[in-house]
Ligand binder design. Structure first.
Ligand code: HEM
Length: 292
């Protein structure tokens, strides 16, 4: 089965669009490299961009399970494997370009990875991603059996933590994106802590809305603690900055908007389906399409 096909071998438009979209950042970087538009240090630029895409796609893969439940959209599951494998591919590109940046001196690359803790952490994350990528085929899933496969793939939670730490560590003073990642991660993990019975319906949406506020508050706290420990900024001042827009939209506000946005979309979809299912409603015919 090709990545753009469904289990019956037919073209699946959502999968086809997602598959093509995964190549866009790589194609853009290749174009930038060839056209010399990546600035004075193109390899550094590619290391950063490929790292960004590796972690973003890892998060997309982690977000699929909660989002398919929240949005009531089972079809999303078809994208999880694609996002996970793409995260591994971008992480592989990230390491390859890093090696190219040290003039393919493998000894130097290995020494740096061994000696610089943030690189060691990135390396462990990349190594741990490999078995997940290798076992993502249908044949391997069958061979491992559902239970063992799920247990193995739970490693993705720890990999995400390592990737976030790696991201924070190399960020120096601009920690907006790692803070956003940390907040979203907390929210995605919180979903997994909900009892299975509570992972559906209005109760789940209410719980996820409450957890969205909590994840945003924790993101603000993580940001404040980081600046406090790194440059001695008073905790209260960084936390206070989250309440206004003087420094632009804060990472915590972005976490809140993204997570509450997902909950609101899930609530709107549930409301639409409830209306559509009511006898005599003109929208009834649309309900099956909306569920697909
Ligand atoms: C052998 C493994 C790895 C090596 C050698 C490595 C190396 C690097 C280097 C050199 C940087 C730039 C640091 C700087 O300019 O100061 C970086 C940044 C980054 N890496 Fe890695 N990394 C590895 C694995 C990973 C993995 C597995 C992920 C994610 C899944 C990842 C995500 C990132 C991110 C998000 C950034 C920051 C990009 C930005 O600044 O926007 N890295 N890494």
């Amino acid at each position: 089965m090709a990545p753009w096909q469904d289990s019956r071998g037919r073209l699946a438009p959502l999968k086809a669009i997602a598959f093509a979209a995964l190549f866009v950042p790589a194609a853009w970087l290749l174009y930038g490299y060839l056209a010399r538009t990546l600035g004075p240090r193109p390899l550094t630029e590619i290391i950063h961009a490929s790292g960004d895409w590796a972690i973003r796609l890892l998060f997309v893969a982690l977000a699929i399970t909660p989002l398919r439940q929240i949005l009531g959209w089972p079809g999303l599951i078809a994208l999880r494997r694609m996002a996970g494998v793409a995260a591994l591919a971008y992480a592989g590109l990230h390491l390859s370009v890093y090696v190219a940046d040290v003039s393919f001196d493998l000894g130097k690359a290995a020494r740096e990875i061994w000696l610089r803790s943030y690189l060691t952490i990135g390396f462990v994350a990349l190594l741990a991603l490999i078995p997940l990528g290798v076992t993502s085929t249908d044949a391997m899933t069958r061979r491992l059996g559902g239970k063992r496969w799920r247990r193995l793939h739970r490693a993705s939670y720890a990999i995400a933590v390592l990737a976030i730490v790696h991201f924070f560590w190399q960020s120096k003073l601009d920690i907006r994106e790692p803070v956003i990642m940390a907040g979203l991660f907390l929210w995605l993990m919180a979903f997994r802590l909900l009892p299975t019975a509570a992972r559906r319906g209005g109760a789940m949406l209410a719980a996820m809305a409450g957890l969205a506020v909590l994840a945003a508050a924790l993101a603000a706290l993580i940001e404040a603690l980081y600046y406090n420990l790194r440059v001695g900024a008073p905790l209260a001042r960084v936390l206070e900055a989250n309440l206004g827009f003087a420094n632009g939209v804060s990472p915590a506000a972005i976490v809140l908007a993204a997570t509450l946005g997902a909950v609101a979309a899930g609530a709107a979809r549930a409301a639409f389906l409830a209306i559509a299912r009511r006898p005599g409603t003109g929208a009834r015919a649309l309900a099956p399409a909306a569920r697909a």
